[in-house]
Each structure stands twice: as C-alpha cells, then as structure tokens.
Design a protein. Structure first.
Ligand code: PHE
Ligand code: NA
Length: 442
C-alpha cells in the first residue's frame, strides 16, 4: 500500500512525467505543424486520457494484482471471461517495445549529463550541438554503451524492488525539474521570442491536420499518461481504499500536461532565437537547441548539467514503471523469480533497443515506411498498440465491469460526472479510437 494519497500521486507522476513530456512532446509538435497538433493533443488528454486514467486506477485498486490478473479477476467477478486479461498482455508487449527505445533515449540524456559534468571540469563546451548530436547517433558504440547503462539502472531498481526510496526522491527531484523548466521559460522570454513560440504552439493551422497528425496526438496522449500499458493498473493496485480516484487522477493528468506545455514553452523560444526552423525538428530537437542556450546563459554549464540529470531521473522513474508490469506478471504466474524475470525482460528490451541504435548508423538505410527504426517502433507501439489497449480498457469498464464495482471505486463522483464518464467509456472513447486507428492505418 502507498502510505498516502501523496505517495500514489508521486509514483504515478513519476511514471507519467518523463521523456514523453520533454523530449517527445516538443518534437511531435514541431513535426506535426504546432498549434493544431497541440490542441488535438489537449483534447485527447481531456476526452480519452483522463477518463481512461481513472478506469485503470479503478481496475488496479479493485483487482489488487498485476494488470493481467486484475483485469481477469474483475472480469470473472462481473460474470465475463478471464480472457479480458489479454488486454494486459497487449500492454506488456507494448511495454517491451516502448522500453526498447525509451532506454536508448534515456541513454542520450545520461550522456549529455556526462558531457556537462565534464564541461564543469574543463572539457570543451558543445559549440556545435547539431554536429555533436549527429556524431553521437553515428557512433553505435557510444549509443550502445549509454543504452546499456540506462537499462542497468532501470533493471537494478525493479530487480531489487526498492521503489520506495524512489518515491521519496521523486518528491524533491520532480519539483526541481519543474523549477528548472520555469527558469528556461524565463530565459526564453529574455530572447524576446516567447510570444512567437506560444503562437507556434497554440495558434492552430487546421490545414496541417491529417489522419496521421490526429493519430500521433492520440498516441502521445496515451503514451504521456502511461496508459494502456499496465503501469497505472499496477500502481492503482497499491492505492488504499477511501482515497478519491478522480482527485488523484486529475492531479496526475494536470501535472503531466503542465510539464509538457512548459517544456514546449521552454524549448521553442530558444529554437526560434537561434534561427532553427521550429518545424520538422525531429527526435534531436531538444539536443540540438538547448545546448545553444546553455552556452549563452550565465551558469549555463550548471544549468545544462542539472537539466540533463533531472531529465535522466524523470526518464528513469518512467522506465521502471515500464518494466514493472511484465515483471510482476511473470512473478505472479510463478514462472520466474523477481530477479530472473526483470533481468530477462530487460535483456530482451535491451537487445530490441539495438535495432533502434543501429537504425541511426549501420542500418540507416533500413527505413520501414520511410522512418528510421526507432520512429517506426514508436509508431507501432505508441500510435497503434496503446490506443488499441485503451480501446479494450474503455470497452471493458464501459460494458463488462459490474456497476456496483464502478460505483464503489468512484464513490464521491457526482452522478452527472459518473454518467458522463460511463458514456465516454461505452461509446465516445471506443468510437474515437476506432475512427483514428482506421484512418491512420488506411
Ligand atoms: N509516460 C512516460 C513518459 O511520458 C512514458 C511511459 C509510457 C511510462 C508508458 C510508462 C508507461 O515519458
Ligand atoms: Na508523460
């Protein structure tokens, strides 16, 4: 059990806030035309993300097991088949794919933290960030090393089951990251380009909206809230009764969204001020732009070090929650010990991650659907498997779970909100997800 409401919020926020907010959200906004993407994304958070977040917390708290078995036992109790546990397996599979590339990017943040630390001790500053970033991608050895280090940090925590200590650190390091983002927004304002950045992020150009833009926004909404993957169900299983699920859900979703928007407002003024095209920044966006600002800011090296250390930390608390559901499931099935399960899964993810690594160098010519391998794996997992998993969760809570269970778990929610939430689960979410998936696949 989490000791308190705050403990759950910290753990769930630790899972939610990560590379999705600070690395992925800004570059997706950049690649998908800015404002229109951001508004579709915000709508997806409100209409799909938050309601499904509540569903996952309630399934976890009712089932009190790993995601697969919480789903299966809740189904059984509601008179349905345990086959619903399969929705949890889809999540575990998506988690394996996500962790494979998440760890590669986590490795990038570790390497940048290292570069700034070295700089503090006299190493040369990153004078040409784009060249430096591309140089890193070209070196399979460098990427593999940092990917390995990040995966070891992740599996170490999961194998030992020492998550408790992490929650305590989340309490201090997350607010620190938040403050640092505010500092960067402040720096952005001094460049005089904050207004332009805000216009890029929030002024919609609807002509830029296509099926694939909507699919990316929806996929990102699931990804950023750690949905459809089992992470939130897992954490919900430790939530004491009597704590309001809607209240904690809203808090987590609001914190996550705030961090993403702040990241956007921190990065785009710098991008514009240094003459980079805000459109089409790609996965290198923050690595190509932020070092330019750190080179100019007073105490920039210290800020650079702090930024990448805190980002690596945020990525770490997320990757732990990616590895945990699969591990918990293997242990619960009696297949393996915790240590063996976590190391096997992490090893699998690490090897899969090598595909993403080589996609930037040895396999740069392999471009499935015109994308590099990492982007392609991200599309399959984030834009297809997560929405599909979300669809299953919505149908499950909307049509399968006994009403008495829903009422008990969502006690305190005003009747009209309960009804609204239920119809979102029954009709709105399934239809929206299906429409977007079908269009995107077409
Ligand atoms: N939500 C995390 C992020 O935004 C990523 C994540 C996805 C973590 C799914 C756990 C499960 O970085
Ligand atoms: Na997130």
């Amino acid at each position: 059990m989490w000791s308190s409401r705050l403990a759950f919020i910290l753990a769930a926020t630790g899972s939610a806030v990560g590379l999705g907010n600070i690395w992925r959200f800004p570059y997706l906004a950049s690649d998908n035309g800015g404002g229109a993407f951001v508004l579709v994304y915000l709508a997806c958070i409100a209409v799909l993300g938050l309601p499904i977040l509540l569903s996952e917390i309630l399934i976890g708290r009712h089932g009190r097991q790993s995601p697969v078995n919480s789903l299966a036992s809740t189904a059984e109790e509601s008179g349905a088949s345990r086959v619903w546990g399969g929705a949890g397996l889809n999540g575990i599979l998506a988690g394996v794919l996500i962790l494979s590339f998440y760890s590669v990017v986590g490795g990038w943040t570790l390497r940048y933290a290292w570069l700034y630390l070295a700089q503090l001790f006299g190493a040369d500053p990153i004078s040409d960030p784009a060249a430096s970033f591309n140089g890193m991608l070209a070196s399979a050895g460098t990427l593999t090393f940092w990917h390995l280090l990040f995966m070891l940090l992740t599996v170490g925590v999961v194998a030992l089951g020492v998550e408790k200590g992490l929650e305590r650190s989340v309490k201090f390091l997350m607010p620190a990251l938040f403050v640092l983002l505010l500092v960067l927004v402040g720096y952005g304002a001094t460049t005089g380009h904050l207004g332009e950045a805000a216009a890029f992020l929030f002024k919609p150009d609807w002509s830029k909206v296509s099926a694939s833009v909507v699919a990316s926004a929806m996929g990102q909404a699931f990804f950023t809230l750690s949905l459809a993957m089992g992470s939130i169900i897992t954490y919900g299983a430790y939530l004491p009764n009597g704590i309001s699920i809607p209240r904690v859900g809203v808090t987590v979703a609001a914190a996550d969204t705030t961090v993403a928007l702040l990241a956007g407002l921190a990065i785009f003024p710098i991008v514009i001020a240094f003459g980079i095209d805000p459109a089409g920044g790609g996965p290198g966006l923050i690595f190509n732009s932020l070092p330019l600002a750190f080179n100019e800011m007073p105490f920039g090296t210290v800020y650079g070090l702090l930024f990448f250390v805190l980002l690596a930390f945020a990525a770490w608390t997320s990757s732990i929650s990616l590895l945990e559901p699969g591990t918990a499931w293997l242990v619960e099935q009696g297949i393996m010990s915790r240590r063996a399960a976590s190391f096997s899964l992490a090893g699998l993810c690490w090897m899969l991650g090598l595909l993403s690594v080589f996609g930037f160098n040895h396999l740069a010519d392999v471009r499935p659907f015109g994308q590099d391998i990492m982007t392609f794996i991200g599309l399959i997992s984030n834009d297809l498997m997560l929405p599909f998993g979300g669809l299953l969760i919505a149908l499950f809570t909307g049509w399968v779970v006994k009403e008495s269970i829903l009422r008990e778990q969502l006690a305190g929610l005003p009747q009209w909100l309960f009804t609204l939430w239920r119809w979102i689960m029954r009709i709105v979410a399934p239809l929206l997800v299906l429409m977007v998936l079908v269009n995107a696949l077409a």
